[in-house]
Design a protein around this ligand. Structure first.
Ligand SMILES: Nc1nc2c(c(=O)[nH]1)N[C@H]1C(S)=C(S)[C@@H](COP(=O)(O)OP(=O)(O)OC[C@H]3O[C@@H](n4cnc5c(=O)[nH]c(N)nc54)[C@H](O)[C@@H]3O)O[C@H]1N2
Ligand SMILES: Nc1nc2c(c(=O)[nH]1)N[C@H]1C(S)=C(S)[C@@H](COP(=O)(O)OP(=O)(O)OC[C@H]3O[C@@H](n4cnc5c(=O)[nH]c(N)nc54)[C@H](O)[C@@H]3O)O[C@H]1N2
Ligand code: SF4
Ligand SMILES: [Mo]
Length: 675
């Protein structure tokens, strides 16, 4: 039997799926054409690993109680009532002695369904008065604020629209790995004679199929983008009429840009003057330029500035207002989400403290924190494997006086630290409604199999927890169907009069239009900033972070190599990290010149280290990376490294991006020797 579903993983594409089910077991996962953007194509990892993720030996099927030391993975099964009692006891002990803010929900965005991602759980913790979490700094927060500082909360160009472009800048976006369906659009652009430029420290697959590849030094995008603005001004090719009408802060911006020139690009970015001028020529000549920015740039000390400066080029060149001219970004804000209603924002207690998610390890280890964190609930998240400064987080989780609850679909490095582990149902086992963050098609899915073992969907886990805590308000009585109807504005005409909970599962609905017209910035969509223009100077960022215009504040290297750790084709973050292809040591790529100097050869085990820790990896000698830059994909599990630590142990938590104090994964300085 083939049934429709949707991929819930943390991936911009949110594919529609066709799932083969035999005897209540998933035997095959393939793409479907319900979503015209993903059009029956899915990535290999989902096809290859999902059936085993759902039914394999790592799957959690019963609630568990820890019987061994933290991290040992020794547990005994218990029933749901016992689990709920233990959680009630643990949280109540903390609340009675230190107040509700001593409880911290520690969740990120594992499942991207609106219900599983954040609904009943948020209501539960808001009602409790637990400490709140600012989750953006782990991922996306820098890029999000960078975008809204220019455009406000308005959608950018949906990815399909870039077929109308004759120049596409793919900047810090590993398309074939993490944004697969943009490939089709880029192929169409090139087939029509357009050009694709890739700006990335690594020669990614797309770099071999593009017209110009700029292998930039990590963290220096802001230098390139500011110098381009100054060069284009010098050539007198800026679109002054567009700037007069649509742009605010261009004077202050250009004043900053004039401080950067081709010599800085050569020195900081490691690019040649020929490359720089070629890109300037192409930008000057483009009829419709689209800029597609991934998350690579945000994970550097000047990441927010790099993103803003890259986006500013379209504004200065008048590259908005036409199909195919603009910034491919924030299609997610096209969905008629009613998140405050779904998550019960009215239950928030004013004055409750908010932690930056990247600070959690530091908070757990801070003996002066008042109130201290005494109870934690980890769900939709595998922080041990994904946070910077892994050893600090592990030390925090080892605190014997800390009560830790976890909920996940599978046993993970983080679940191994919990006192009570709850088995979560996978999205194949519950109904949910799906927006997306990389495209504009609204989807819904019904369960395709019953819950495996005693697992329950997140919504039901928190409904039961609320009941156990005596929270009897109507917010905790809502069914999943009610929640779906509260997740989106059912009155939006694009829903065609269908209630969100009744949306078809074999067809996606297009949110990429307003009043029937395509989304075009400075035409059908207006900048939603205080000035109503694209703001190249941001008052807000000036006040909060001292960078009203983009600034270059690089980290100072204290070791010979810069390590970057972006997406892997084998995993989504850590998801599928327990499957065969990820069990062995991960690779680290090094340039042949560096390998020769160190006397290292391809395929041998190396130890990559700094003051924070050491990781064992397998050396891959390749000129796909720059001299001095190492590349090792994120998301490995601890078992993959002989040291029990992953690359995240090397990443500093005290180095932060210029805006939103975002995590800096890509300016990690390390040394390498034979293992
Ligand atoms: N070195 C390095 N580290 C990074 C990054 C980097 O670039 N380099 N990037 C960062 C980025 S981009 C991100 S987004 C973060 C991601 O960090 P995480 O959110 O920790 O990563 P995921 O692997 O997506 O973890 C999600 C977990 O949710 C679980 N899950 C899935 N569905 C459900 C459900 O319905 N219920 C429950 N209870 N659990 C569920 C999954 O099994 C998985 O264990 O990592 C960051 N870490
Ligand atoms: N297969 C797969 N897909 C994924 C994920 C995954 O883990 N695996 N993760 C998902 C998540 S949570 C996210 S947030 C997205 C992230 O996906 P992307 O937006 O693609 O982000 P990254 O993979 O972090 O990095 C993208 C590219 O930026 C480059 N890069 C690194 N540093 C710099 C820099 O300083 N400047 C420039 N110009 N480029 C740089 C990297 O080499 C990489 O090629 O992907 C999602 N999709
Ligand atoms: S991970 Fe991304 S590309 Fe792969 S099936 Fe899911 S949404 Fe599609
Ligand atoms: Mo992410």
């Amino acid at each position: 039997m083939k049934l429709p579903s949707v991929c819930p993983l943390d991936c911009p594409d949110t594919c529609s799926l066709s799932v083969t089910v035999e005897n209540a077991r998933i035997t095959k996962v393939a793409g479907s054409d319900a979503n015209p953007y993903t059009a029956s194509v899915i990535c290999n990892k989902v096809a290859r690993y999902y059936p085993d993720f759902v039914h394999g030996k790592s799957r959690l099927t019963r609630p568990l109680r820890r019987i061994g030391p933290r991290g040992s993975g020794r547990f005994e099964p218990i029933d749901w009532d016992t689990a709920l009692d233990l959680i009630h006891d643990g949280f109540s002990r903390a609340i009675d002695e230190y107040g509700p803010q001593s409880v911290l929900p520690f969740n990120y965005a594992g499942p991207h369904g609106e219900l599983a991602g954040g609904s009943m759980d948020r209501r539960f913790f808001y009602r409790m008065g637990a400490t709140m979490l600012d989750r953006g700094p782990l991922c996306g927060g820098v890029r999000g604020t960078a975008y809204s500082s220019l455009f406000g909360p308005a959608p950018g160009m949906p990815p399909e629209q870039a077929v109308n472009s004759d120049l596409v800048l793919v900047w810090g976006n590993n398309v074939t790995v993490s944004n697969l369906h943009l490939m089709r659009v880029l192929k169409q652009v090139r087939a029509a004679g357009g050009q694709v430029v890739v700006i990335d420290p690594k020669r990614i697959k797309l770099a071999e199929q593009c017209d110009l590849f700029l292998q930039i030094q990590p963290g220096t995008d802001v230098v390139l983008a500011l110098a381009l603005a100054a060069e284009l001004e010098r050539r007198q090719v800026l679109d002054m009429a567009f700037i007069d009408q649509w742009v605010a802060g261009a004077d202050l911006y250009l004043e900053q840009a004039r401080g950067f020139g081709v010599a800085d690009v050569e020195q900081a970015c490691g690019l040649t003057a020929v490359q720089f001028h070629m890109l300037a020529d192409w930008i000057a000549a483009a009829r419709n330029m689209a800029t597609s920015l991934g998350n690579g740039i945000e994970r550097g000390c000047s990441g927010g500035s790099g993103l803003r400066a890259a986006m500013a080029l379209n504004a200065l060149m008048g590259q908005h207002g036409r199909p195919g001219a603009g910034v491919v970004a924030k299609p997610g804000s096209a969905f008629p989400r009613t998140t405050a209603r779904l998550q019960g924002d009215h239950l928030k207690r004013p004055g409750t403290r908010v932690f930056n998610i990247v600070d959690v390890a530091e908070k757990l280890l801070d003996e002066t924190l008042d109130p201290p964190v005494k109870a934690l609930m980890i769900y939709n998240h595998n922080p041990v494997a994904t946070h910077p400064d892994q050893t600090a987080l592990l030390r925090g989780l080892e605190r014997e006086d800390l009560f830790i609850v976890g909920a996940d679909v599978v046993m993970t490095d983080s679940m191994a630290y919990c006192d009570v582990v709850l088995p979560a149902a996978s999205h194949f086992e519950y109904a949910d409604i799906y927006g997306a963050y990389g495209q504009t098609w609204l989807q819904r899915a019904d369960p395709v199999i019953p819950p495996v073992g005693d697992s329950l969907p997140n919504t039901e886990i928190f409904r039961r927890l609320a009941a156990r805590f005596g929270y009897d308000e109507p917010e905790f009585q809502d069914t999943d169907q009610d929640l779906m109807d509260q997740a989106m504005n059912g009155a939006d005409p694009r829903l065609e009069g269908i209630a969100p909970s009744a949306l078809p599962t074999d067809r996606a609905l297009d949110m990429g239009r307003r009043d029937g017209a395509p989304l075009i910035m400075c035409d059908t969509v207006l900048p939603a900033t205080p000035s109503g223009r694209i703001e190249l100077f941001s008052q807000d960022l000036e006040q909060r972070f001292g960078c009203g215009v983009p600034v270059y504040r690089p980290a100072k290297p204290d070791l010979p190599f810069t390590l970057i750790s972006p997406s892997s084709a084998k995993r989504t973050n850590t998801t599928f990290g327990g499957h065969a292809d990820s069990l062995g040591p991960e690779q680290v790529e090094m340039h042949p010149e560096d390998a020769e100097r160190l006397g290292l050869s391809d395929g041998e085990r190396v130890r990559v280290s700094n003051a924070r820790g050491a990781v064992e990896l397998v050396l891959s000698v390749t000129d796909a990376t720059r001299p001095g830059v190492l590349y090792s994909p994120k998301g490995t599990w601890r078992q993959s490294s002989a040291t029990g630590l992953t690359v995240n142990a090397l990443i500093p938590a005290d180095l932060r991006a210029d805006i939103e104090r975002g995590a800096v994964y890509n300016e990690t300085f390390v040394e390498v020797r034979r293992a």
